[in-house]
Design a protein around this ligand. Sequence first.
Ligand code: GUN
Ligand code: ZN
Length: 441
Amino acid sequence: MTSTLLRGRTLTFLRSPDSTDDHGAFRYEEDGGLLLRDGKIIAAGAYAEVASQAGEGAEKIDHRPHLLLPGFIDAHAHFPQMQVIASYGAELLDWLSKYTFPEETKFRNAQHGRRVARLFLDELVRHGTTTVAAYCSVHKQSAEAFFEESHARNMLNIAGKVMMDRNAPEGVLDTPQSGYDDTKALIAEWHGKGRQRCAITPRFAITSSPEQLEMAGVLCREHPDLHMQTHLSENHAEIAFTQELYPWSKDYTDIYEHYGLLGSKSLFGHCIHLSEREADALSDSGSVAVFCPTSNLFLGSGLFDYQRYRQREKSLRIATATDVGGGTNYSMLRTMDEGYKVIALNGEKLNPLASFWQMTRGNAEALSIANMAGTLDAGTDADIVVLDSRATPGMRLRMETVETLTEELFLLQTLGDDRAVREVYVAGKPTKSMMVGSENE
Ligand code: GUN
Ligand code: ZN
């Protein structure tokens, strides 16, 4: 098996950085090397050292002066919403009924699902994202389309067929039994096939009957290693309606708690308006709150209090995500730039090192996949993004005054997008440069 030797400025995180000069939190090599074989990183460090292990036959790719980082991880996105993104003028519940649910009915058609799944993964990779936790539509065939496309690319992705059995049009409804059966069938066929991972995916309490949430809880107990993903506390009207539907509940989180849906593999999108009790319940169970800044701003949902959640006595595990198509960009750089602004509106700052930790190792830890993705550690999968800090004239000019790595990362986050992504390796294979225009039908 031939191996590949990459050269460039390598950056990988060891832990969450505490300050803008917390050099102990990361490993940076000005002249770094990564040796890839069989889809894995088998050595990482100073180029001269790594090169000495490479052997004669290794293919050498020189990415200097660019940065080599672990591929970005997007902890929450909806692949059937590619033609929902940029829909004008509504808050969450109206946005769902006016744009999102009608669009998702189209995914009954498997061919449509396959086309959009292909374009979705193309778009993620073009933006440097190598792993996503994705919502499919209610239709089993949409999840099959997603997994087929993901598997063909050998991407590590987490996805689930959405379970929803009420408060939406007929064309996007299942039943408690069919939601259970279809999820079981998807798990049997796809979970653990190559790098594919299934998630139990009840959309949210408004669109699931008590019987369906009960079934979701049964699935979680039957498959404790699987992720569970849903939405929680995004918008005030949503919270009020949820309370009407589950009048016995202490609060929104209590509903999911009641059905056994909290836990260390549970991903809750948004979590903006949590009470202290709810935050404690998420913390006690090791559940993950997923911050989706572009979506929260676009839908006018509110300001996620990232720093308070991290620093409170019972801290929350946090991931960050695009939430396309409520979110407005496929890029994790753009996402963290908007995250920075949301945090600023809460009177805090997000240190650029912490930001890059978050979209790589931080999100990998939140998704419990850091043994495979999110770092450049030897033994992990070779999902790597190559970033060019001088990708545009404006970036090039600003780079003239940049003196530190932290400043460079902040520039990349503030001005960068897909143009800053020079190459993306998925399981060791160069992918972005191989794309020849993604629509060929
Ligand atoms: N809550 C339930 N479904 C959705 C969705 O598709 N997007 C967002 N942003 N929130 C939701
Ligand atoms: Zn969402």
